[in-house]
Design a binder for this molecule. Structure first.
Ligand SMILES: C[S@@+](CC[C@H](N)C(=O)[O-])C[C@H]1O[C@@H](n2cnc3c(N)ncnc32)[C@H](O)[C@@H]1O
Length: 199
């Protein structure tokens, strides 16, 4: 659903309200009460190279607002693993009818277990909107390190944040971070993008 027709706009309004309620109830794990805007989703997907991808991962997929944009751009023979710990969001994610989508109702910490279970050794691109700012530091470090370990050489890690407080976490792990800004989001957001460079 891309909120183009009037009917879609009403559905998007309802989804925004539902996300607000869920975010308010679980602020310590959701980290926000607003889901990503379509401007932010389009921008992050545009920054990614998906044309020859076989395995894509989305961490903290929420109600699937970004998921739909990723699915629209990814190849037919590619799988998208969406990790989400919130039960209600997972129900919404599972309502997306697409055989390429694998909804994982588990923590991003278990990334490796699930991709290996499906026969993948490497990931082409990782999108993340995990609220690292509110997660315990050790868990954040371990998730980002796992992302680095399982990305293919030159694979991309793209992270959404509302501030640059966590920038050093990615810089330490990947050795590089490119920052883009999207004003048209509530609140305005940064996209931090890293590439796995093997020397
Ligand atoms: C800021 S919201 C992003 C939602 C959506 N991707 C968006 O862009 O609007 C962060 C999401 O991460 C999920 N989350 C938090 N900790 C997680 C974890 N350890 N593993 C997987 N998902 C997690 C939350 O439940 C929440 O849905």
């Amino acid at each position: 659903m891309f909120c183009t027709s009037n009917e879609d706009k009403i559905k998007c309004g309802v989804s925004t309200m539902k996300f607000f309620q869920e975010g308010l109830k679980n602020l310590n794990t959701v980290g926000t009460v607003t889901r990503s805007s379509s401007f932010l989703c389009k921008k992050i997907v545009k920054m990614s190279e998906l044309s020859s991808a076989k395995c894509i991962v989305e961490l903290g997929a929420g109600d699937g607002v970004m998921t739909r944009h990723i699915l629209a751009k990814m190849p037919a023979d590619c799988k998208l693993f969406c990790f989400e710990i919130n039960e209600k969001f997972c129900i919404t994610l599972r309502s997306i009818q697409d055989p390429r989508l694998i909804v994982v109702e588990d923590s991003a910490e278990r990334l490796k277990d699930y991709i290996e279970q499906y026969g993948f050794e490497q990931i082409d691109v990782i999108f993340s909107a995990l609220p690292f700012v509110v997660l315990p530091e050790e868990i954040s470090k371990s998730i980002v390190q796992n992302c680095y370990d399982y990305l293919k050489p030159l694979g991309q890690f793209l992270q959404v944040h509302y501030s640059l407080i966590q920038k050093s976490l990615y810089l330490r792990t990947f050795g590089n971070v490119d920052v883009k800004f999207q004003l048209l989001n509530l609140p305005p957001a940064f996209i931090l993008s890293c590439v796995k460079i093997i020397s």
